[in-house]
Ligand binder design. Structure first.
Ligand code: URA
Ligand code: CA
Length: 452
């Protein structure tokens, strides 16, 4: 087999066989196929796409390129959850303890934040003492004992994806639906999940800016799940504005605790209940979504979700007292309000701008090497559709160090992310669609896309 022939085949719009994809991925991972040939193939995929069978084969091959976690020593159906990344997306911190408290084991690997989006591992590390590095044995023992563990991704999972993703990044081939879908799903397959719930974000703050693209990505990922024998459900959720009202690591942990206390952001609660319900159904813990939602609501009401979070924190050497005393979390020296310049209705809160503002304060990484400050970030007090009067506080900046220059720059950015309209504005939809093996169920009319 010659790489040049496989590039030509894809360039001409033909389907590569499983053996041909194995040759490409194994050769590239081993360093036998050079970057320039892989880049040409990726560009051919960008223009020609891949068939569902081809996409599933690519995913399996990438999943096999490194370590594959064996979760079989954990009894029960292990359901993983993945979010395509957003701003103020604290979902995992709420969902993991809720689902575990309902009796579904959660063995989760998470990543760190980059750019305007946050990462669950960084957020967890704002809990004093919390350890995210665990051996395989510790990880599995903890899930069996406590019901939940969240650890960092290790170096040897899907090396093929790591290499290919970096190459795509510098060859303008990231935004190809089969390549994104196979990249995400290969990591989930290697992490050992029996079933997967995907939160595909849609809107200005998301990877997928339009509903059509998000549906296409979701359908491709569900099809990979079906083809590879892992039941997969994708929920399309809005990222027109940040999901929760806190952006920044300790601030998001605080908000997750508040949601588990039955307070906190209603939008974050709703997305958590929706995704968590699908996880319980896939885990076989609830018969249907209605029963699952009731279970999760009960778990919030009786405090068992909060207790599960405490147990998980203690098991990972963190201080569980943070759950009862939020002042134990890292904080900020100064809290600076950002006020509305006019009265009216909030028409936009640009998620990406808010994410960048939090990053500039030190909550996120401009590059992989950046050092972050766990205590800083942005807290939002108004969302799309809310009425505001001139001078109302729209947001607060949590700042450590920096001078007036940083403070003014970030305050301007946050103020600029808000648009205030004199006319009444509706609250945007939160859950757009659910994609499963049964098909795509739209929860908003498809023409609503105009608004995205
Ligand atoms: N996230 C991933 O993990 N891979 C992609 O290709 C895009 C987003
Ligand atoms: Ca603006």
């Amino acid at each position: 087999m010659r790489t040049v022939d496989l590039i030509r085949k894809k360039r001409d719009g033909l389907e590569l066989s499983a053996e041909e994809l194995a040759f490409l991925i194994q050769g590239y991972t081993a360093g036998d196929i050079p970057d320039y040939q892989m880049a040409a193939w990726a560009m051919a995929v960008y223009f020609r796409g891949m068939t569902p069978r081809e996409t599933a084969q690519l995913t399996l091959e990438m999943a096999k390129s490194g370590e594959q976690i064996d979760l079989s020593p954990i009894s029960g159906i292990k359901v993983d959850k993945h979010s395509s990344g957003g701003v103020g997306d604290t979902g995992s911190l709420v969902i993991v303890p809720l689902v575990a408290a309902a009796g579904a084991p959660v063995a989760k690997m998470s990543g760190r934040g980059l750019g305007h989006t946050g990462g669950t591992i960084d957020k967890l590390e704002s809990i004093p003492g919390f350890q995210t590095e665990r051996t395989r044995e510790q990880f599995i023992e903890q899930v069996n004992r406590v019901g939940a563990a969240v650890i960092g991704q290790t170096g040897d999972i899907t090396p093929a994806d790591k290499k290919l993703y970096s190459l795509r990044d510098v060859t303008s081939t990231v935004d190809s639906i089969p390549l994104i879908a196979s990249s995400i799903m290969s990591k989930k397959l290697a992490a050992g999940a029996d079933a997967i719930v995907l939160d595909v974000k849609v809107g200005g703050g998301a990877f997928m800016k339009t509903l059509d693209d998000a549906i296409a990505l979701a359908e491709t990922m569900v099809s990979i799940g079906v083809e590879t024998g892992r039941e997969t459900v994708a929920v399309l959720t809005g990222m027109e504005e940040p999901l929760g009202s806190s952006i920044g690591n300790a601030l998001e942990v605080r908000e997750a605790i508040e949601v588990l206390q039955g307070k906190g952001s209603p939008r974050l609660l709703e997305v958590s209940l929706t995704l968590g319900s699908h996880m319980l159904v896939l885990a076989g813990v609830a018969a249907d979504l209605t029963e699952a939602r009731k279970m999760l609501q009960q778990i919030i009401a009786d405090g068992s979700g909060l207790r599960k979070l405490k147990d998980m924190i203690a098991a990972q050497e963190g201080n569980p007292a943070v759950v009862d005393d939020l002042s134990l979390l890292p904080g900020a020296e100064r809290i600076v309000p950002v006020r509305a310049a006019a009265s009216g209705y909030v028409a936009a809160v640009e998620a990406e701008e808010i994410g960048v503002a939090a990053m500039l304060l030190g909550a996120g990484r401009a590059t992989k090497e950046s050092v972050i400050d766990l205590g800083v970030g942005v807290k939002l007090f108004k969302g799309i559709g809310d009425r505001v009067e001139q001078g109302d506080i729209l947001a607060e900046l949590y700042i450590n160090g920096g001078g007036d220059e940083l403070e003014n720059q970030v305050a301007d950015k946050v103020a600029g992310a808000f648009s205030i309209s004199p006319e009444k504005v509706d609250h945007p939809a939160l859950i757009y669609a659910v994609v499963s093996r049964k098909g795509t169920e739209m929860l908003v009319p498809r023409q609503d896309e105009e608004r995205l």
